[in-house]
Design a protein. Structure first.
Length: 233
């Protein structure tokens, strides 16, 4: 017919019951009085309908990164060997395994790699250079691809910062790997530092402004006083 075949819908859950159950679960979460183990058994979590991975050069197979039915937010990574230790970039083609040996493209993501110095090239001579490709699917449906190169000092710094924040509990399950992503945040951090410097400079500007105003006031008052004396004479 004109319309594709629609699978049989599940009608075993009453709509009003679903709304009431969801409200009750949300209230329990906000109250903090119900153990998380009991909440998990009652919650209906969003999950990935299909596996997501990196398309291989043969254009027919892929390396899975996020497994099918993984609860959201979901995060995973896979390690790949570069063809050339001195190559300048990596192109990641993310695909979704929709079944029946069919792969649907999610997107193509390009990353630049750090140029290795002579010492690094000598150290890797005769060896393999690897990178980790990470995928993150957030509950909102936002899809993030990241890359980690152990030969890049910036990536190593970000990894240490990510691990430190994770130990402190500052990163939830849906946090990105924290390496080189298509949405870099280092520039924002620098902007925040500049804002802090501006905030520190504000009191100094106010003090200088007050001193200038006081000086103008004293000069004006003295000039007015001299003018009054001359008029009296």
């Amino acid at each position: 017919g004109m319309f594709p075949a629609i699978p049989e819908l599940c009608v075993s859950l009453h709509a009003e019951t679903a709304v009431a159950q969801g409200a009750a679960i949300q209230a329990a979460i906000l109250s903090g009085l119900v153990p998380s183990s009991e909440l998990r058994s009652a919650m209906m979590l969003d999950a990935l309908p299909h596996a997501i991975g990196v398309l291989l050069p043969d254009q027919e197979s892929y390396v899975p990164v996020l497994a099918k039915d993984a609860t959201l937010p979901a995060m995973g990574y896979a390690r790949f060997v570069l063809d050339d230790i001195a190559q300048q970039g990596v192109t990641v083609v993310a695909v979704e395994d929709v079944g029946n040996k069919k792969l649907e493209r999610i997107g193509e993501f390009n990353f630049l790699l750090r140029r290795l110095n002579k010492e690094q090239l000598d150290r890797l001579e005769g060896k393999q250079r690897t990178v980790d490709i990470g995928f993150t699917m957030e509950t909102s449906g936002k899809f993030v691809v990241s890359i980690f190169d152990e030969n890049d000092p910036e990536h190593l710094r970000k990894k240490r910062r990510y691990q430190a924040e994770k130990r402190r509990g500052g990163i939830n399950k849906g946090g990105t790997i924290g390496f080189d992503t298509k949405e870099r945040k280092d520039d924002d951090d620098d902007d925040d530092d500049d804002d802090d410097d501006d905030d520190d400079a504000i009191p100094l500007v106010l003090v200088i402004g007050c001193v200038v105003l006081f000086f103008i006031y004293v000069v004006a008052k003295m000039s007015f006083h001299d003018a009054t004396i001359s008029t009296d004479q």
